[in-house]
Design a protein. Structure first.
Length: 624
């Protein structure tokens, strides 16, 4: 028996959208509810809920604090088009590359809770629960998105599969107040609409909605440029192969995309900034891409009206090639930096200062046992899903289903290699892998029906479920070794330092400039009235570089000169924290290294710290 035949590749085996007539709504929903409940149980057991930290007033990571600072400033000033955080990169300020949809969600929640909690507390609690709520919305949307390809039981397996994907679990943590889960939700919504677009006959509203959803994902994050490339590739490939109504689909798809990108630019920028070029957030350059694609499909439709033969594949290939070249030339002449990617304007000096230290920018390609463990934890299902979808595309006889799997394969072909090169793309890849894994597991479970002995069948099915759903992450965890539970925050008792710096009757009596490692910057801004030099954002180039120069200086005179130029009044560091580790990489004696050894220059004096707020951290005042 061949591999393909054994996995039952007949068109009628899929059962996508199977009718479930005769049952009530609750009976229909029960399998999904059970899967969701089990999924959230796994979520809690694997990563914990973060309840204790949230009730202690803590958020997960640094971005959440900066989000709250940004939204609070928006609430207080109403300056919608001003994305500058004046207290970051003191005394110059930092303009963030973030866009407004996540801000608007947070603002709405904080405002709604303000009658009972006040805006600040309402904003904190809404921010703390928003990512888990978005994760639930993402899972439900994924169940809907995969419906054209997966039947009800496979979609239940999909729910379980998505909850054991490590990157997606971490982005939905309680207390994680950043935009990552909103981006995942937009990604899944776009996948679901585009999947329907490639599998169904032309419908203007569906095509327009699929394009608009893709535009919204692009509004949120430049990672969606990859999804745009996959969508364009799959939609164009189906037109090249079978034409039909696909040119109309693509025309309306690019129309929806263009409309959403234009709306995003109008919302994000004042009229004077409509033509501003930016590549790390949505701008006129991205609208140019959408409009060029729209122009191409307008030309194709005109050619079809003039008799372009739907059966003439070579002519369509020639038209597509000429269109791609023409669009590429026009885009290059207008916006040549677009081809450098979203990080084209990134200052190369930031590499050793911050970029090389960011975990999500590190590769997942296995090179030893530990890195193999990381690969299996994050991308393990790819080992079985990649060959399976290849066979699936070869064996599928239903044209609509083949187009659907082709679209998912195009997405995987783009996102999987990038996830191997950079961890930040792993969550998107795992959404795609989970859909394929659910189909594979469903077929294997169906195949297990051939085992006649009931106990053996139960054992086989349990092994398949546990092996494919949790086996990779369990093996990955075993190879990677134990994860250290302690953090710099808890080791250094930074909460005491922040409380000290925020005391209105003490060091928080007036705004000061604080020098600290960039990871401390967002929470310092959130909890105190002070400004900081460094913050972990690539647009804060001068603040990051000056902060690194001060902490890593070979002589105290260099540190003092930069401290005076920045107007620094307080220096905060932890002897066991990242600033010392980062400076130690430079080798030799550094400013922060000397401080950790008690070699304090005469122009620094220890700050007065009450016993109840003491800790391993060290805080100095600059003497002038």
């Amino acid at each position: 028996m061949s591999f393909g035949a054994s996995l039952d590749f007949r068109p009628d085996a899929r059962g996508g959208g199977a009718k479930l007539g005769g049952r009530g709504a609750w009976q229909e929903a029960l399998p999904y509810l059970l899967a969701l409940g089990l999924g959230f149980l796994v979520h809690g057991l694997v990563v914990g809920t973060g309840v204790t930290a949230v009730f202690d007033g803590q958020l997960y990571g640094t971005d959440g604090y900066m989000r709250l600072v940004r939204v609070t400033e928006l609430y207080e000033t109403g300056a919608w088009f001003d994305g500058t955080i004046e207290r970051s990169n003191a005394p110059y300020g930092t303009e963030l590359h973030w866009t407004r949809p996540m801000d608007l969600l947070l603002l709405a929640g904080g405002w709604a809770l303000s009658p009972w909690l006040g805006f600040q507390k309402g904003l904190f609690w809404w921010a703390a629960v928003l990512s888990p709520l978005l994760q639930l919305a993402m899972v439900l949307t994924l169940v809907w998105a995969a419906a054209p390809l997966l039947d009800r039981w496979r979609r239940c397996l999909l729910v379980l599969a998505i909850f054991v994907q490590a990157p997606l679990i971490s982005t939905g943590l309680l207390g994680r107040a950043d935009h990552h889960m909103l981006i995942s939700l937009a990604f899944v919504l776009s996948i679901g609409l585009t999947l329907r677009l490639v599998m169904r006959p032309f419908e203007a509203r569906l095509a327009w909605a699929a394009g608009a959803a893709l535009g919204f994902a692009l509004w949120l994050s430049m990672e969606a440029l990859l999804l745009l490339a996959a969508s364009f590739a799959a939609l164009t490939a189906t037109w090249l192969w079978r034409a039909g109504d696909r040119a109309r689909k693509n025309l309306w798809h690019t129309l929806g995309l263009s409309a959403m990108v234009a709306l995003a630019i109008a919302v994000e920028r004042p009229p004077a900034g409509y033509l501003a070029e930016e590549y790390d957030r949505i701008s006129i350059a991205h609208l140019a891409v959408a409009l060029l694609a729209l122009a191409f499909w307008v030309v194709v439709r005109a050619l079809e009206w003039r008799g372009l033969d739907a059966r003439d594949v070579p002519r369509r290939v020639a038209v597509a090639a000429l269109g791609a070249v023409a669009a590429g030339v026009v885009l290059y002449l207008a916006y040549p930096k677009f081809f450098g990617g979203p990080e084209v304007d990134l200052d190369p000096r930031l590499g050793p200062v911050i970029l090389d230290l960011v975990n999500e920018l590190k590769p997942l390609w296995p090179s030893d046992a530990r890195s193999l463990g990381r690969f299996l934890t994050f991308l393990g299902p790819a080992v079985v899903c990649v060959p399976f979808i290849a066979v699936l595309l070869l064996r599928e006889r239903n044209p609509a289903n083949r187009d659907g799997w082709l679209y998912l394969a195009a997405c995987m072909a783009i996102f999987l290699p990038l996830a191997l090169a950079m961890l930040r793309f792993a969550p998107f890849t795992e959404v795609l892998l989970a859909i394929v894994l659910a189909e594979l597991l469903g077929r294997l479970l169906k195949l297990s029906e051939r085992v006649k002995l009931a106990p053996a069948r139960v054992v086989l099915r349990a092994g398949l479920m546990l092996g494919l759903l949790t086996g990779f992450i369990a093996l990955g965890a075993a190879l990677s070794g134990p994860i250290k539970a302690s953090t710099v925050r808890t080791r250094c008792q930074l909460e005491n330092a922040y409380a000290l710096l925020g005391q209105p009757q003490g060091l928080g009596d007036r705004p000061r400039v604080v020098l600290a490692h960039f990871n401390y910057g967002p929470e310092l801004l959130y909890r105190t009235p002070h400004s900081v030099v460094a913050s972990p954002y690539h647009r804060n180039v001068s603040g990051l570089i000056d902060g690194d120069r001060i902490l890593g200086a070979r002589d105290d005179a260099t540190s003092r000169r930069l401290i005076d130029r920045r107007g620094v009044e307080l220096v905060l560091f932890c002897p066991d924290g990242p600033a010392l580790v980062q400076a130690a990489v430079k080798g030799g004696s550094t400013f922060v290294g000397r401080l950790s050894q008690g070699q304090v220059p005469a122009w620094l004096r220890p700050a007065q710290v009450p016993a109840e707020l003491a800790g391993p951290y060290r805080l100095y005042e600059v003497v002038r």
